[in-house]
Design a protein around this ligand. Structure first.
Ligand code: ADP
Ligand code: MG
Length: 353
């Protein structure tokens, strides 16, 4: 499902490679932690999987595609099969919860019927049914991350990448988010989560790939985090007050998801100008008046084929089918004692079955 073959990544102007000879394979349905201190190369790995960057040497294959031979124009369609969430949520601040989840679907030309069904289902899945009309700033950090997760899942991706998704959240909220990710994984979605926070990794009892200075130093099927003495506790970034910075990141995120579609550019330009106006008006005013009409987008190219095997498609339905995840008892997933939900480690959940 995700394969790194002897991957080395050197950024221009740096002496030491960010990744050195990294080699691993993630199977369909796995939940994998990518751990390591800040700067160890976790985000670089995730960017290679999303084809936001390419290896200096070696090969990355995702969903059966060698990303080196994936044409640039196909990248946006490829990325629709991969959901991603980040530490800083990357929501559009002038759009409601519903609009944030619907936005990418709208600009990439999903039908109105699909959007009207898929968005509420994605929000219900993450436990936000009643909050569709809220603005991001009216939500807690944990709720904002749930919106981001709903947005990542609304297109039913086969893989969910999470880059320090709990990094801006308090411990209790982080546990909630971890439970949600475990439930998503139990529904058949492959999850790869980068983190430098030790506690969850020990408790989840899932595979752990550890990076140290760009080198893979560990790959354990049921790993704990190991020696945590050198891992600093995360200090939340001081970025959340900056409305303009948040708007820019949010726009970049949508841009990343939808890449080079010209219709997206137009929608983003409108969104950005609305946000600039809002940011200029006041740093904490609620920017509702300048909401832009949604882009009337048509699909420019049909989506890439659903390449999941027939059994997986049969199990979880075609890509256009609404999201339906089983209600999973988290205790059965090996999410352990500190969650207060389990008193023994449990069985692995098999892929998509
Ligand atoms: P992590 O996510 O584990 O904190 P990163 O993948 O972000 O690590 O970074 C790995 C290394 O690569 C770090 O030394 C970082 O400074 C460097 N790096 C990351 N992105 C770039 C870039 N665009 N240009 C130059 N160096 C980079
Ligand atoms: Mg990182």
């Amino acid at each position: 499902m995700i394969r790194f073959e002897n991957v080395t990544k050197r950024y221009r102007g740096t002496s030491r490679p960010a990744l050195s000879a990294v080699d691993f394979e993630v199977q369909r349905g796995e939940f994998v932690f990518l751990v390591g201190a800040s700067g160890s190369g976790k985000s670089s790995c995730l960017r290679l999987i999303l084809r936001e960057d390419v290896p200096t040497t070696g090969r990355v294959a995702v969903l059966g595609r060698d990303l080196r031979s994936l044409a640039n124009r196909k990248v946006p369609y490829f990325r629709r099969h991969i959901g991603s969430v980040f530490q800083d949520f990357r929501l559009l601040p002038s759009k409601t919860v519903y609009q944030n989840v619907a936005f990418t679907l709208q600009v990439t030309g999903s039908s109105r019927g699909f959007i009207q069904q898929a968005v509420p289902e994605a929000l219900a899945l993450v436990g936000l049914d009643g909050k569709q009309k809220r603005m991001p700033h009216e939500l807690s950090g944990g709720e904002q991350q749930r919106v981001a997760i709903a947005r990542a899942l609304v297109n039913r991706p086969q893989v969910l990448l999470a880059d320090e998704p709990t990094g801006n959240l308090d411990p209790a909220t982080s546990v909630d988010i971890m439970q949600l990710l475990a439930r998503i994984n139990a529904g058949g979605t492959t999850v790869l989560m980068a983190t430098h926070e030790a506690a969850f990794v020990d408790q989840m009892q899932r595979r752990v790939i550890e990076l140290r200075d760009g080198e893979m130093v560990r790959d354990e099927v049921h790993g704990g985090y190991g020696d945590t003495s050198n891992i600093p506790r995360l200090v939340p970034e001081e970025v959340r007050g900056a409305a303009a910075a948040a708007a820019l990141t949010a726009v970049q995120e949508v841009q990343r998801q939808t890449a080079d579609l010209s219709v997206v550019r137009a929608a983003l330009a409108e969104e950005l100008s609305a946000q600039r106006k809002a940011a200029a008006a006041s740093s904490d005013a609620v920017p509702t008046a300048s909401e832009t009409p949604e882009a009337q987008a048509a699909p420019i190219e049909p989506p890439i084929a659903d390449e999941r095997p027939a059994d997986a498609q049969a199990a979880v339905g075609p890509l256009t089918h609404p999201i339906l995840l089983p209600q999973v008892d988290v205790a059965e997933l090996g999410v352990a004692d500190r969650l207060g939900l389990s008193d023994d480690g449990a069985e692995e959940v098999g892929p998509t079955s």
